[in-house]
Design a protein around this ligand. Structure first.
Ligand code: PHE
Length: 562
């Protein structure tokens, strides 16, 4: 049971979360493998940046928060096969801490108005309504603005959330029927609601109202660039009452996965330039086997593998020569056109945790959570780690977490560090109503991180545009070259922009290897030891049943927690 029926080697391209997870699975199945990583570090978008050796002077420039929901069970769930529990049983545990998604004293600052997270948004305290801006037609119609953005958003997407909760596969199929709409088009043209229309005629939501929902929920431009499918899956995934962070930073995940498989297994600075079918060879059982050749920059001869899992982001895959692999038109097109979101984070290292100081914060100290604003920084995330620490510091604050056009705009001034620093501190001062010079004196160091500029990522995370799930998804998850070349990474999962997507897709790729080989006993072992996944895109989706009454309650909880 524990050994495959013949020796075989898998080449894993990329040592991010997906590649390392594939290695853990193969290790457990007794299948040999090699991992080659182009960067001089492993971990991919699990990247904890340390300003100093002080215990809380770090920020996660990549993944930083983990909801405790059924979708994320493979990462932080209670099951023995969750990554957290597997690393524990492998003797390389990570420790989780409670991640506070919000705190009562978090600030919302828009249109020059302040409210706290504990305040109600009913009655338009942030002045989005047209009554504040010159009457009808000038801003968001008051009928909308008097209620909360999430009331309207929830009303529009609740049916899809309920479907996903009852049965993920069917819910996903239901969503695909509307896949060619952007989030904006769906709410403006397809959805019909008569609450705020003249004479209560059925029509879509008002366009200014739709932009308001976008402003209050996500990055600028996201409702146009992203498909309804992507938006709803994001909303669904970004839910849950309890959230976790990884103590010491998310990089601990990668670090401990590498410890578990053995550090020498991960070959750094090995950039793959080409993947091509190799000559067939006779294996030890005298069966003719197809092979794959993987060329590595600086190595004279290509490496020969029985299977290859490419875990690299699609923008990186686009630059690897696969011409001899005979990939379909659609697959090649997919690498080029599938949309990746932009995201920029800025971490600032401060002498003290001034945001937790009741005097500086005038009686409203902030412990974790995030403040949100229409200022260029858009979102400030307060660390859930190190709260009330008595250490002498410094301490890092995530002063800007931006997506979409907000990210591009911040990045556009990154070469003028003094201008950017001034903007960041000014925004922080206004948002928190603290003195600019005080913040400047508190500042020790700061760093901006832009995933678009990282050669080995070429983007932050996938955020598919209208039609892309329905037109390309099945193609990008399909194995090629007689079932020997496989594709993983968060972009090839339906859970974009989360580590769960990286893990699920690695599981699926390993399962595809076992399927090609006809090793049904090992497929069973995979399920016994590592559970099952809610997405088997290329072989038809599998059931993920949840009792209906509970599903409805869960859907409500998802809506409430957003
Ligand atoms: N998972 C990332 C985060 O939590 C990006 C993301 C945000 C994805 C919101 C979906 C929705 O910040």
């Amino acid at each position: 049971f524990s050994k495959p029926s013949r020796p075989m080697t898998v080449g894993i391209v990329g040592a991010g979360m997906s590649g390392l997870y594939a290695a853990l699975l193969l290790e457990d199945l007794g299948i040999s493998y090699e991992i080659v990583e182009a960067n001089d570090r492993f971990g991919g978008r699990a990247h904890t940046f340390k300003f100093s050796s002080a215990p809380y002077d770090y920020v996660d420039f990549g993944a930083m928060r983990f909801p405790r929901t059924p979708v994320m069970d493979r990462v932080v769930g209670q099951q023995p096969w969750s990554l957290v529990n597997k690393l524990q049983s492998l003797g390389n545990p990570v420790t989780t801490g409670t991640f506070y998604l919000s705190h009562d004293n978090n600030i919302l600052y828009h249109n020059g108005q302040y409210v706290y997270a504990s305040d109600s948004l009913m009655g338009d305290p942030l002045h989005f309504g047209d009554q504040y801006h010159g009457g009808p037609g000038s801003a968001v119609p008051d009928c909308y603005a008097q209620i909360t953005p999430n009331y309207w958003l929830g009303k529009a997407i609740m049916p899809f959330i309920v479907n996903l909760t009852m049965d993920f596969d069917n819910g996903y199929k239901e969503l695909l029927k509307f896949d060619c709409y952007s989030i904006r088009n769906y709410m403006g043209e397809v959805l019909k609601d008569n609450t705020c229309t003249p004479n209560h005629t059925m029509a879509g939501y008002d366009q200014m109202a739709i932009t308001w929902f976008e402003t209050m929920n996500t990055g600028s431009g996201f409702f146009d660039l992203d498909s309804l499918t992507e938006g709803i899956l994001n909303f669904y995934d970004y839910s849950g009452k309890d959230w976790y962070y990884i103590r010491g930073g998310t990089y601990q995940f990668a670090e401990n996965m590498v410890r578990s498989i053995g550090r020498r297994k991960v070959e750094l600075e090995k950039r793959v330039t080409k993947i091509a079918p190799g000559v067939s060879r006779l294996d030890s059982a005298n069966v003719t086997r197809p092979t794959l050749r993987v060329s590595i920059d600086g190595e004279r001869n290509p490496r020969v593998y029985d299977h290859v899992i490419s875990t690299v982001p699609l923008g990186v895959l686009q630059r690897i020569d696969t011409t001899e692999c005979g990939l379909s038109y659609k697959k090649n097109e997919a690498y080029r056109v599938l949309t990746y979101d932009r995201s920029v984070k800025v971490g600032m290292s401060f002498k003290t945790r001034w945001w937790e100081d009741p005097v500086i914060m005038k009686g409203k100290p902030i412990f974790g959570g995030q403040s949100e604003t229409d200022l260029p920084i858009r979102g400030v995330n307060y660390p859930s780690y190190g709260i009330n620490s008595t250490h002498s510091g410094p301490y890092t604050l995530l002063v800007a977490y931006t997506w979409g056009q907000d990210a591009t705009r911040l990045a556009s001034i990154q070469n003028d560090r003094s201008q950017l620093k001034k903007l960041l501190l000014e925004n922080l001062a206004v948002l928190h109503r603290v003195d600019y010079d005080f913040l400047r004196a508190q500042l020790v160091d700061w760093e901006m991180w832009n995933w678009d500029e990282v050669e080995f990522e070429s983007g932050s995370f996938a955020g598919f545009s209208p039609c892309q799930f329905s037109k390309y998804f099945a193609d990008i998850t399909k194995s090629e070259v007689n079932g020997t070349l496989h594709f993983s990474g968060e972009a090839t999962s339906v859970h974009h922009a989360w580590i769960i997507g990286a893990l699920n897709s690695a599981y699926r790729a390993v399962d595809q290897i076992l399927t090609t080989e006809g090793w049904h006993n090992l497929r069973q072992k995979l399920r016994d030891n590592w559970g099952t996944i809610d997405e088997f895109a290329s072989e038809g989706l599998t059931q993920f049943p949840v009792p209906t009454a509970a599903a409805l309650r869960n859907a409500q909880a998802i809506m409430d927690s957003n």
